[in-house]
Structure formats: structure tokens, C-alpha cells
Design a protein around this ligand. Structure first.
Ligand SMILES: [Zn+2]
Length: 299
């Protein structure tokens, strides 16, 4: 079973399944780009239009790895507003510029879509330089699309989570259910809130109502962060935390461009410079859990 993540050909075993772009079940990033700060590729790859995947070649992997380590220091977390990772990939393919280095499916399976040397246009950040310094992961979760009264892209009369004898579960359309690698699989939120099941908190000024990610997703995410920190040590095992309040902030950080570690799309982009305001990974994401996992890892 393959469990490596890859940057400039260097590998780290992260201890959980990672499906690479080169595997049969894998996904190739439809729109990779060269990073401006890295020199080991043809500069025409920095801009649109996207070229054939095989054109994205690294000249000297050793130099490339050095350059990447000097310039990349953030892992940015996203929810994908999709049913599953295969659904997410389908939407990325329909776009002329979107992509993400990693997808994290409901069952905890990670997909790496290209070598981390490349840039993916996942979160420009308010300073519009965000993708240059970051690696991204799109974690499957419908966010508020799961609520009937707030659904817009996938309208339905019923909430997409259902309460059963065993608790809450995501009701997946058959076409997506069959594409999850672990089958049969029930997508159960890791935590639920009260009777209603979903969480509700303000993120960058908007009340975000959503069900939690799955236990399997949290476990794989912890391993991804720890593995990435080994591969690209600039990405510190650190999450946004306010020492004064003892809380994990959910709004855009003041020092977002200098933060070295793991943070959310919401922490780097509130739309103050004209971009879209972002809320992911949302109100249900358990920052405390990641924080505790990192503390245990540190020597
Ligand atoms: Zn995002």
C-alpha cells in the first residue's frame, strides 16, 4: 500500500494511504502552475493556459527541493463543497485554473494530484501571493450546502445528513457512493452539536452552519500535517491560536502572510482587497484536536 507524499521527487511515508496522481485510481491536477520563486522549470509554465500534465517537468530536483523549502511554509485547509473527492476533481477539471495538491475523501483516503514543487491556484489570499507560499488540501464536506434551506448548488428539499438509530450520517447519491475507495462506507460526522447535529459559528462575519468532518478525515489530516512538516519543515506544526483568549480564531489573521504552519482559507482571505471572502474549513472544523495532536508530536 502506497503511503508516500512527494516533493521534488523526495518522499515521506506518512503512515496512511496516499493515492498518487500516477496510480490508476489517482487524479492528475488539471491546472498546475510553476512557482515564481522556483527556477527549475520552463517559466512559461507559471501562467495560463494550462499545459499537458507531462510538460510540467522539474529540471534539477535537488536544487528545486532547496528552493521549495525556502519558499513554502503554509498548509492551507479547505472544504471542497462537494460530496466526495471524485466529485471535487470533476469540478476542478471543469475550471481553466483551479486545482489542489491534495484531496481528502470522506473515508480518509488522501489523493496527491501533483508534485508539491508545483503551485495550485486554490487560495490567492488577500495579498494575492498566497499560492506561492502554500500547499493545499481540499477536504470533502458540503458545508452549508448540506442544509436544505441554504443549499444553492445542489438544491434539495431535505437536509443531506439524516438522523438514524446510530446517529447522524451523510446520505450520498449512488454515483458518488460507488467512487469512495473504502466500500461500503458510512460518512458519520466526528462530532455533532445538540439535537440539530450541525455546528454554527461566525467566520469572517458570516454564520456558517455545517456538519463536522469524519473521524477518518481527521486521522488522515493529522498524519498529512506531520508528514508535510518532515518533508517541508517550514510548514510548522502550529495552528492559529490566540493566547489571550485561549481560542482558535476563525477570522482572517493580521499576520497571515508570515504565519508558518497549518491554517484555513478563512485565515488568509476575507475579501478586504477585492477577492471573494472565504469561510473554509468552516465552523465545524476541530482546530483544538489538531493543536493537541501537534503538541503530542513535538519532542
Ligand atoms: Zn477554500
Amino acid at each position: 500500500m502506497k503511503r508516500d507524499i512527494i516533493a521534488c521527487g523526495q518522499k515521506v511515508d506518512i503512515g496512511t494511504r496516499v493515492v498518487l496522481w500516477s496510480e490508476q485510481e489517482g487524479f492528475e491536477c488539471p491546472n498546475p502552475r510553476g512557482r515564481n520563486s522556483c527556477s527549475q522549470h520552463d517559466p512559461s509554465l507559471n501562467d495560463a493556459p494550462s499545459q499537458k500534465f507531462k510538460n510540467y517537468k522539474i529540471k534539477n530536483p535537488k536544487t528545486a527541493y532547496q528552493e521549495l523549502n525556502e519558499n513554502v511554509y503554509q498548509l492551507v485547509l479547505h472544504y471542497d463543497v462537494c460530496y466526495t473527492s471524485s466529485h471535487c476533481h470533476q469540478l476542478m477539471r471543469e475550471s481553466p485554473f483551479k486545482g489542489s495538491h491534495f484531496y481528502l475523501d470522506l473515508d480518509g483516503t488522501l489523493f496527491q494530484t501533483c508534485d508539491l514543487y508545483w503551485k495550485t491556484n486554490t487560495a490567492p489570499s488577500d495579498d494575492k501571493k498566497g499560492n506561492e507560499r502554500a500547499v493545499h488540501v481540499e477536504i470533502s464536506n458540503l458545508s452549508w450546502e448540506a442544509l436544505a434551506k441554504e443549499s444553492e448548488y445542489y438544491p434539495s428539499k431535505q437536509d443531506k445528513y439524516k438522523k438514524t438509530d446510530k446517529g447522524w450520517k451523510l446520505v450520498l447519491p449512488q454515483e458518488y457512493k460507488t467512487k469512495i475507495l473504502k466500500r461500503p462506507f458510512n460518512a458519520i460526522p466526528a462530532r455533532t452539536f445538540g439535537k440539530r447535529g450541525y455546528f454554527s459559528k461566525k467566520v469572517n462575519g458570516k454564520t456558517v452552519r455545517m456538519w463536522d468532518f469524519t473521524e477518518e478525515q481527521y486521522k488522515s489530516l493529522e498524519k498529512l500535517c506531520i508528514g508535510l512538516n518532515k518533508l517541508l519543515p517550514g510548514i510548522k506544526l502550529k495552528v492559529p491560536f490566540d493566547k489571550k483568549t485561549g481560542r482558535h480564531p476563525l477570522d482572517r489573521l493580521n499576520n497571515y502572510s508570515r504565519f508558518h504552519g497549518v491554517l484555513g482559507h478563512c485565515h488568509v482571505q476575507n475579501g478586504s482587497t477585492g477577492l471573494e471572502c472565504k469561510y473554509d474549513p468552516g465552523s465545524a472544523f476541530n482546530w483544538g484536536r489538531l493543536h493537541r495532536a501537534f503538541k503530542k508530536t513535538k519532542p
